[in-house]
Design a protein around this ligand. Sequence first.
Ligand code: 5GP
Ligand code: ZN
Length: 113
Amino acid sequence: MSDCLFCKIVQKEVPSEIIYEDDQVIAFKDISPVAPVHVLIVPKKHIPDLTSVEPEDANLMGHIVMTAKNLAIKLGVDESGFRLINNCKQHGGQVIYHIHFHLIGGRQLSNKC
Ligand code: 5GP
Ligand code: ZN
């Protein structure tokens, strides 16, 4: 998707602070962090949102979860804990319509939605 910001980050057309990359995913620091650790885990495949995930994407979604676990260890929040969040569509507060997961930690998070 040529008009998609996260596709442009995947293609390195837009710079970002990349902390992990492989053939399926990229992870980079959120430009507006809400906690000491705030990383976005993004599949390289353009999937607009969670409702667009198909059965063929199941392995990719599993890979994202494993990436989140490994990054939590790498970033030192595996013991203290963290959140892995997907915002879906309007009520979920989604702004960028290329599916992504926020890995947030490094401080106590509130229980409020
Ligand atoms: P959403 O609400 O779609 O789940 O979250 C989008 C996230 O992308 C926000 O947390 C926002 O700060 C982040 N973001 C938006 N534009 C950029 C950018 O150009 N670079 C980076 N690294 N993060 C961005
Ligand atoms: Zn995209």
